[in-house]
Design a protein around this ligand. Structure first.
Ligand code: COA
Length: 219
């Protein structure tokens, strides 16, 4: 998506920034880790393929990404932490639903290095992202579907997580996601869902009531 091509979101020492060609080297080195690829359901790509993938995050209107970074250091040089992604699809309403199609956003994320996990970065990144998606829900749907009659709304967030990934299941649980069913699917994943409104409310509270700052990315 082009929506966040120049957007940066900051809260405390964490930033979400656009994924740009200058980041591909780091991203590509992260994805050499087989376990990380398995946990994020990612394929092993060559550097050239990753560069093209980086470009496609802009041109493909069904997906959106930010990189996350830690700017805690005194010299303010950001240390890249990982990424967070949204994949859009539409679902027909349930029989008892009124209104049009529901737009569903599937979130996938990582804090790439095990040395930077378990310090609360994942929680903050997910809360910031959910907050921003909530604020931009109409713009997201507009870029995804083009001009609409206004009946298609982004109302549900989904995460599909490896059934053994207790950390990620715990993290998404903190944002209000609940398992659709206990059993894993064919791919060994559990599906967790939350209404966007509910997740935004929880995100605000996890962020301590202080709104993230949204600015133009100019680095
Ligand atoms: C899942 C992931 C993003 C979590 O990031 P993180 O920075 O380590 O997360 P946090 O430190 O904010 O911890 C968030 C929650 O995860 C859970 N958690 C963290 N470490 C855990 C552990 N060792 N065991 C069980 N749960 C754990 C807890 O619920 C924790 O919340 P709490 O601290 O309030 O108890 C990170 O581990 C990761 O990138 N893993 C590899 C890729 C992956 O699994 N991606 C998810 C695919 S959707």
């Amino acid at each position: 998506m082009y929506l966040n091509a120049q957007t940066t979101i900051s809260h405390s020492h964490v930033k979400l920034i656009p994924y740009l060609p200058q980041h591909v080297k780091t991203y590509h080195s992260w994805m050499q880790n087989e376990q990380l690829r398995q946990l994020t359901a990612s394929d092993l790509l060559s550097y050239e393929e990753e560069l093209s993938n980086c470009h496609s995050w802009r041109t493909d209107n069904t997906k959106l990404t930010f990189l996350s970074a830690n700017v805690a250091s005194r010299d303010k040089r950001a240390e890249l932490l990982g990424d967070i992604n949204l994949f859009l699809s539409t679902e027909e309403p349930d029989d008892d639903d009124v209104g049009g199609e529901t737009v569903v956003g599937e979130i996938n994320m990582m804090i790439a290095s095990s040395s930077t996990r378990g310090q609360g970065h994942g929680t903050r990144v997910l809360a910031m992202f959910v907050w921003w998606v909530g604020a931009q829900r109409e713009a997201v749907v507009k870029e995804y579907l083009g001009e609409t009659d206004g009946n298609q709304k982004l109302e549900v967030l989904v995460a599909k997580i490896d059934g053994g990934n207790v950390t990620s299941i715990g993290l998404f649980g903190k944002l209000g996601f609940t398992k659709v069913r206990e059993e894993v699917n064919y791919f060994g994943e559990v599906e967790m869902r939350v209404r966007l409104d509910k997740a935004v409310k929880i995100a605000r509270s996890l962020l301590g009531g202080t709104e993230p700052v949204v600015e133009i990315y100019d680095e």
